[in-house]
Design a protein around this ligand. Structure first.
Ligand SMILES: *Cc1c(COP(=O)(O)O)cnc(C)c1O
Length: 447
């Protein structure tokens, strides 16, 4: 048995896979909220470079990965595929469990894959500076690293609560040479407005997105970057699945079940979408996205046009959503707190090509601790949702010799405070109330 399956350099992936042309009945375009008309590239060009906008609307299945991106990726890519045999033994299952480990990237998660690509396309078009928001800090640190590699400046608006709770993310962002402020900040009109109302405002992802967007639109040299949800981000992440398929083939395996955790959907799309052509060709394979029970956009949300941010400033995306003013419960420590879901993942669920399920945070931390004690790696709380589902699948029919593949999207070494809370019994489960779905319906934009 091979524990660690490494893809040789001459087998490395040089083209991304874009699932959009393969989705039956396609996906509906984003709308301009001013007139409910499909968005034209020139409107979006104020905040994103054309190279990324072309990918956003691309009908090409294969897209060349620029040499400059491959070059930086070579620091950690190809990432290893690892057989979780110690976990299998502990569980007593005949299932063979493999995980693709994205925690080997410099900033510790899959987000670096897209950050490098986004920095590259901005640099190519003469952009000098990027503005972005970050919740838990993973995207902010990934983009700080990537922008520095291309000689761009970067400003990160980090949600105040996380800024205070995760000081080492701030240290990382500073180390990579980016500028970081807690949001709400005194640096933008929206930030000042919220600070005036409440100088101790904990902030929210919505406020931080608004601040980064204002920053980008107020300066000629600056554009905006988003770390999940959008089509171009999902395309960049396809390298995860393309590598994993080759690595499985190297040990004579084919996945029966493919699992990923879902926040905005990019790491799950990156892994699972590459198996969609096989599934459409009749292969018996299940693709399972796992989200937190406290933020269940795929399993309890509404499929409709909605804003991407709390302040209702972004284009309208057709997606499963809990309503753009959804506030995640404070007790939730498990990450994955976005109100919507990537339009690609949403359309794949509508077509029943993927399945969705939710998991509670305590059972996810249980799975994370079991994983850490058997395989050694302490997972990001987000990734623990995938581990939970992988274990459940392996134990549903423990005598079935199936092959399970899941994405370990990041390590949890900067999330140890959440583990401390879990061990101290300070975390609780929270089921999303049914009434909230009805409430959310009222907030959806009329299209
Ligand atoms: C951001 C993040 C996620 C969730 O984002 P997706 O776009 O759904 O992939 C999951 N895992 C880790 C480690 C993250 O940093």
């Amino acid at each position: 048995m091979k524990k660690r399956i490494l893809l040789p350099d001459d087998e490395r992936i040089t083209q991304w896979y874009n699932v959009m042309p393969d989705i039956p009945n396609g996906i509906l375009p984003p709308l301009n909220p001013a007139n409910n008309e499909p968005l034209t590239p020139d409107v979006m060009a104020q905040i994103f470079p054309m190279g990324l906008l072309e990918q956003e609307m691309s009908v090409d299945r294969q897209i060349d990965i620029p040499e400059e991106v491959l070059d930086i990726w070579s620091i950690w890519r190809p990432s290893p595929l690892i057989r979780a045999n110690f976990l299998e033994q502990k569980l007593g299952t005949k299932a063979r469990i493999y995980y693709k480990y994205e925690g080997v990237s410099p900033s510790g998660s899959h987000k670096t894959n897209s950050a490098v690509a986004q920095a590259y396309y901005n640099k190519r078009e003469g952009v000098k500076r990027l503005a972005t928001e970050t919740g838990a800090g993973q995207w902010g640190s990934a983009l700080s690293f990537a922008t520095h590699k291309f000689g761009l400046e970067c400003k990160v608006y980090m949600v105040r609560v996380s800024f205070d709770q995760k000081p080492y993310r701030k240290s990382m962002i500073n180390t990579y040479g980016a500028t970081i402020v807690a949001s709400p900040s005194p640096d933008t009109p929206t930030g000042r407005e919220y600070l005036e109302r409440d100088p101790n405002s904990p902030g929210s992802l919505g406020i931080a997105i608004s601040e980064a967007l204002e920053d980008a639109s107020s300066r000629e040299d600056t554009k905006y970057a988003l770390g999940s949800v959008l089509n171009h981000v999902c395309i960049h992440q396809s390298v995860i699945g393309l590598e994993a398929k080759k690595q499985l083939a190297m040990v004579g395996e084919k996945a029966d079940v493919v699992i990923g955790c879902c926040g905005g959907g990019s790491n799950f799309a990156g892994l699972a979408a590459t198996f969609v052509p096989d599934k459409l060709n009749g292969q018996d394979i299940r693709l399972i996205g796992v989200e937190p029970a406290s933020c269940p956009s795929l399993t309890k949300g509404i499929y409709a046009y909605d804003f991407g941010d709390v302040s209702a400033r972004t284009p309208l995306l057709y997606m499963y959503t809990l309503g753009h003013d959804f506030m995640p419960p404070g007790i939730h420590a498990g990450g994955l707190r976005y109100h919507g879901m990537s339009p690609i993942i949403s359309a794949l669920l509508r077509e029943k090509i993927i399945e969705a399920r939710s998991a509670h945070q305590l059972e996810c931390f249980d799975a994370a601790v079991l994983f850490a004690q058997t395989e050694g790696i302490i997972p990001a709380p987000e990734s623990s949702h995938a581990i939970r589902a992988a274990i459940d699948e392996a134990m549903r029919e423990p005598d079935k010799p199936q092959t399970i593949l899941f994405n370990l999207s990041g390590h949890g070494l900067l999330d140890l405070a959440s583990y401390d809370k879990f061990f101290a019994g300070a975390l609780q489960d929270f089921a999303y109330p049914e009434e909230a779905v009805e409430e959310a319906k009222k907030t959806l934009p009329k299209v």
